[in-house]
Ligand binder design. Sequence first.
Ligand SMILES: Nc1ncnc2c1ncn2[C@@H]1O[C@H](COP(=O)(O)OP(=O)(O)OP(=O)(O)O)[C@@H](O)[C@H]1O
Ligand SMILES: [Mg+2]
Length: 149
Amino acid sequence: MSIFDRLEEGIDSRSPSETIEAARALGEELPAEAILTLEGDLGAGKTTFVKGLAQAMGIQDLITSPTFNIFNTYNGAAKTLIHMDAYRLDARSNVIDDLMLEDFMTPPYCLAIEWPGNLSELPWPTTLSLAFTIKGESNHLIKSCRRDR
Ligand SMILES: Nc1ncnc2c1ncn2[C@@H]1O[C@H](COP(=O)(O)OP(=O)(O)OP(=O)(O)O)[C@@H](O)[C@H]1O
Ligand SMILES: [Mg+2]
């Protein structure tokens, strides 16, 4: 079963390392331009998932939530990871333009956006929309809603 099918069915993750593993599997199958949205409550595992994407891309840096800036970029072996956290943003129509995010989106890249609901709209098609849900103490559900480009 492909990672896309597994995510569409919903992956029951029992630990942070299982979340990282699922993300690593996805990271290896992504196209050269990939935009992922990551939705879910605080602590649902979105940043943990981005750590797995980074592993798939051969990134050694520690992935932390962007705090002062809205996004961080990391150079991988073959592509760039752009990690955006829109948690502190109010919905503003031109925020993407203000950030000049597009300047960093030279393929191959993977753009992962936490709290996409705080952006009024994304000017690009989403490759995959992921929802994270806390089911139990360390049981988190990761589920995708696939969108065709
Ligand atoms: N199965 C699991 N998958 C992911 N994280 C888990 C799991 N079980 C427990 N955790 C814990 O849940 C927390 C997830 O934190 P993380 O920063 O990834 O969440 P987040 O969705 O990015 O939150 P925020 O919206 O605040 O950015 C971590 O402390 C992690 O150790
Ligand atoms: Mg986070």
